[in-house]
Design a protein around this ligand. Structure first.
Ligand code: SF4
Ligand code: SF4
Ligand code: FES
Length: 329
């Protein structure tokens, strides 16, 4: 069958341009097969990464019809089915498949991106088992149960699909990204690692760690290895929340105060929110001083809420929250 490949091409910071190539392909051909065909038969200047051709090395990630995916995993037939709802197209319709470079990383050339930030953020979570002084005489032993805790995240092939599709990463350059946090949980869950406590402290900080995630679910959707990074992020959050010593952290207070205020008033009393979260219930003088200028500016512009009206249906909201909380207990 004839298929038109529309490839978004770019060199460095120049404006991207779409170039079309028409090819005779089989439904079972992978997108990578088709790119090879273009490169070998039509245009040797087309740049893209590849290696294993077998969903192992993670080199060939790109955006195929808008989704971050491995070019050696997706094939022409399933792509056309997704785009057109059928594989039986009318004779006069030539299907079009669009291929673009990964997102959240600058383009070097065509479909090749600069993955430095991806690797730097990965390094930032200390992605290696740290055993401290605990060195056994012969080997580190793990039971099958212990091993099973790290199996899912161990499947990550560092392809970058999750990072490319991450909404938080798009707006927050500090956020380390789903791949790094999935690996972070792998380290926490590994019984041979002795740094779990300091790791949790680190991943709990600011918006670079787990609290930077907006829970958009994209990473779970695109991951070709079913690592489910969002699930791993949630497990780290649960570990942090289970740690009573961490209750003084602003991120945890943020979550707890938000739920309590919505329970009390159906929506958030912003005055109480600032005092309780940033000011730690008036105990954190530096926190209070940090929000004072904002409060004064709001007051001067008549935007400071002087009173608070509970929302209609507060009792219903409270009942719902309490029902969910009872389920968790
Ligand atoms: S769920 Fe979180 S980590 Fe995953 S893509 Fe969305 S914002 Fe990024
Ligand atoms: S978590 Fe999945 S999508 Fe992200 S880098 Fe690893 S294999 Fe790729
Ligand atoms: S070429 Fe190795 S994963 Fe696609």
């Amino acid at each position: 069958m004839q298929v038109i490949f529309k490839i978004v091409r770019q060199t460095g910071s120049a404006l991207p341009q779409v170039q079309s190539y028409e090819l005779e392909v089989e439904a079972g051909n992978t997108i990578l097969d088709c790119l090879n065909k273009i490169k070998w038969e039509q245009d040797g200047t087309l740049a893209f990464r590849k290696n294993c051709r077998n969903t192992i090395c993670g080199s060939c990630t790109m955006r195929i019809d808008g989704r971050s995916a491995l070019a050696c995993k997706e094939n022409v037939g399933s792509e056309i089915k997704q785009l057109y709802g059928t594989n039986n197209l009318a004779n006069d319709v030539t299907p079009e498949i669009t291929v673009a470079p990964m997102g959240n990383m600058p383009v070097i050339k065509d479909l090749v991106v600069d993955m430095s930030s991806f690797w730097n953020h990965y390094e930032a979570v200390k992605p290696y088992v740290s055993t401290g002084e605990k060195v056994p005489e012969r080997e580190y032993l793990q039971t099958p149960q212990m091993r099973s805790l790290i199996e899912q995240n161990g499947n990550c092939i560092m392809c970058g699909a999750c990072y490319s599709a991450c909404n938080a990463r798009e707006v927050n350059p500090e956020f380390v990204g789903p791949h790094a946090l999935a690996k972070a949980y792998r380290m926490i869950a590994d019984n041979r690692d002795t740094e779990a406590e300091s790791r949790l402290e680190e991943y709990n900080k600011g918006i670079q760690g787990v609290w930077g995630c907006t829970r958009c679910f994209n990473c779970n959707t695109v991951c070709p290895m079913e690592v489910a990074p969002l699930d791993q992020i949630t497990k780290i959050k649960q570990e942090i929340l289970a740690d009573k010593d961490a209750e003084n952290s602003r991120q945890i207070r943020h979550r707890q105060v938000l739920v309590e205020l919505v329970k009390q008033g159906g929506w958030i009393d912003e005055r109480a929110f600032g005092l309780q979260v940033v000011g730690n219930y008036l105990r954190d003088v530096r926190g209070l001083l940090s929000i004072a200028p904002l409060g004064l500016r709001m007051l001067a512009r008549g935007k400071f809420p002087l009173s608070f009206e509970p929302s209609e249906g507060t009792e219903e909201v409270k009942g719902l929250i309490e029902a969910v909380q009872a389920l968790k207990d």
